[in-house]
Design a protein around this ligand. Structure first.
Ligand SMILES: NC(=O)c1ccc[n+]([C@@H]2O[C@H](COP(=O)([O-])OP(=O)(O)OC[C@H]3O[C@@H](n4cnc5c(N)ncnc54)[C@H](O)[C@@H]3O)[C@@H](O)[C@H]2O)c1
Length: 331
């Protein structure tokens, strides 16, 4: 039985969908405080597969609730995604990020290990590498997180590493995501209206739908091919497949593992905007805004480790990612 924290969010709902797609008899429980998540996505998954997903509305910091969930259900695997996720916001709401991402993980994980659950997947982030590393980022590089958000991810990684020393029979996978975009071609999962509108994709969708909205490009003076930030975008379907491969890998091995999940390619923000315009055959207004605090100029992944150990590789390209985002968010 899987417990997915943050399961109503963008990535969590896609993981729930994929687990059921691979095995309709899988049992899933979700713990989510709905701060950004969408319960409708889970309801759609239930309808689509004709299954029921047990949902607990609440916070990972609520120890009593976490204990209750673990007492009431035979959880075998934790997929821990709940958390706050904006780099720039983390510099403003610094304490909230540590409260939610670090304290929340301490509360959740202490109860998880006490209850004997020892298969764990954690959503970490490529931001743990930091600008001191040369791109492409590899898992064996030292990490230099440069924002409270990235530090909160790194601390949780270290926390899990410490648990792996204490609980020798645990199997822990840290997945360092690059920039997931796109939507599942099932058409049943939508982007949250509560998602961060400073993010490129929600901002682009609004700009294509609403004439008066301009797409904001944060900084055009970075040391990159066209001056805008370069990121490693990965299709959400590829990302979630990385999770199911990692789950299989750790299901018969103890230990602590780290894998990058990216497409190994860097696209600039302007390239993404231009590609979207080409797909939709429509020009949108763009506005160059000041750089956002904490943004790095360019980075992308080296995923050789995941390829070798998980037999996993991202397959979909930028066009798939953008086409699917548009088509399935509006379906
Ligand atoms: N989307 C990305 O670009 C990206 C990149 C790297 C890492 N990640 C990590 O992946 C995870 C999921 O990201 P996402 O894009 O799906 O974000 P999301 O905001 O869509 O999902 C996060 C979910 O967690 C829930 N949540 C937040 N704080 C909670 C708390 N304290 N208790 C219970 N539920 C809580 C929210 O309601 C939401 O449903 C996050 O941990 C994020 O840091 C995301």
């Amino acid at each position: 039985m899987y417990l997915i924290t943050g399961g109503c969010g963008y990535i969590g709902s896609h993981i729930a969908y994929q687990i059921l797609k691979e095995n309709k008899n899988s049992k899933i429980i979700i713990l989510d405080n709905l701060s950004t998540g969408v319960l409708g996505n889970i309801k759609n998954i239930e309808k689509f597969f004709n299954v029921s997903i047990k949902f607990y509305k609440g916070d990972i910091r609520n120890r009593t609730l976490v204990k209750k969930i673990l007492n009431q259900n035979k959880v075998t695997t934790l997929i821990h995604l709940a958390g706050m996720k904006s780099i720039s916001e983390s510099l403003i709401k610094l304490e909230d990020y540590y409260e939610c991402n670090v304290k929340g993980s301490i509360v959740l994980l202490s109860e998880i290990f006490k209850s004997g659950v020892n298969n764990i997947l954690f959503s970490s982030s490529a931001t743990v590498y930091g600008s001191k590393n040369k791109t492409p980022y590899r898992e064996d590089m030292l990490t230099y997180p440069e924002s409270p958000y990235a530090i909160s991810k790194k601390i949780t990684e270290e926390l899990l590493k410490s648990y792996s020393l204490k609980y020798k029979n645990s199997s822990i996978a840290i997945l360092r995501y690059f920039n997931p975009i796109g939507l599942s071609p099932s058409g049943i999962l939508k982007l949250s209206h509560k998602s961060d509108h400073n993010n490129l994709i929600p901002n682009l969708i609004r700009a294509f739908k609403e004439k008066e909205v301009k797409v904001e490009i944060y900084g055009n003076d970075y040391d990159t091919k066209d001056g805008t930030c370069v990121r490693d975008y990965i299709h959400i379907d590829d990302l979630v497949e990385g999770h199911t491969r990692a789950l299989k890998y750790i299901s018969n091995r103890n230990g602590f593992y780290i894998w990058n999940l990216g497409s190994q390619k860097g696209y600039s923000v302007l390239e993404v905007v231009n590609s979207f315009e080409k797909i939709l055959k429509k020009k949108i207004s763009k506005e160059i805004s000041p750089r956002r605090n904490g943004d790095l100029d360019k980075f992308w992944s080296n995923c050789n480790k995941a390829k070798k150990q998980l037999n996993w590789k991202a397959r979909k390209n930028l066009l798939h990612m953008l086409q699917d985002t548009w088509k399935y968010n509006n379906k």
